[in-house]
Design a protein around this ligand. Sequence first.
Ligand code: HXC
Length: 299
Amino acid sequence: MDVSKLMFREGLMEGERILVTGGGTGLGREMVEAFLKLGATVYICGRRQNKLDETASELMAAHGGKVVPHTCNIRDPDAIRAMVDSIWADGGALTGVVNNAAGNFVSRTEDLSINGFNAIADTVMRGTFYVTLDIGKRLIAEGKRASFLSILTTWVWSGSAFVVPSAMSKTAINAMTQSLATEWGRYGLRFNAIAPGLFPTKGMSARLNPGGARDNSNTALNPMGRAGEMHEIANLAVFLMASGAEYVNGQTIAIDGAGYQATGGTFYGALQGLGDEEWERMRAMIKGTNETDKADRSV
Ligand code: HXC
């Protein structure tokens, strides 16, 4: 990310202590960089120790400050508890949580197994809730304020063909955002979400656009004729995580160049015409990516 494009003053986030799940790669890493550059201490978690360590040391070398990596699979509530214990022991309560970790792949729904559904729902819906519950309970007990931000998609409003477990799970987290914004608002805990359009990342492209065939048509149909730039989503995340606009609560904000209004932002148009052979080819490519990632995992 070009950090010179951050909109905010240096030091804006000094004193903030933020956990970004899935913060080692992709959009998570971009948000981590912005928070760090603006003075926050950032904790990151994921399943690949090597990626987390690499991100923490690269970002600290570039910007100074403190990024602390934790290997943690958010599907595991005990692992979450151990990680959050250690974060609390390292300086007390968090002031913010970004629920960014996710899993997704394109598939015809009739081709999904129960395991395939659970691989996505256990991370996106259950894992996000486990993290939110563990940290929320501690903050309530200590009377501390905090901002929670979940990274969703516009499918929470429209649904989407060919990514049904993700659309269902993210819709559940949209409901969590709206529900806890009201229920836990009284404790000074606020809940918002971002629904990004196309911000190409390695993990996303390999699983949602294997082979790269759809990139051009996607950006051509966007009213702004392009994909999002990383500093744009980072600026929105900072706005929602930093202090100064705390009255923003219970909102899901799209950042997609009006792609949702123009085309619905779903996979229907691009994938509904594909035949068995093309699906088989994409499935093989996605599985190849999954296996490579798996070989790298520590948990
Ligand atoms: C059908 C598939 C499949 C595919 C996996 N499965 N890929 N089924 N088509 N292409 C099935 C497997 O066969 C298996 O079921 C089950 O899913 C679990 O597979 P594993 O590889 O063992 O899963 P796991 O190691 O838990 O990995 C989870 C994952 C993986 C979700 C499958 O992709 C992952 O870890 N992703 C994390 C990163 C990521 O997805 N980033 C993109 C996020 S993009 P069986 O029955 O065979 O046992 C995003 C929104 C983008 O979230 C929005 C853009 C607008």
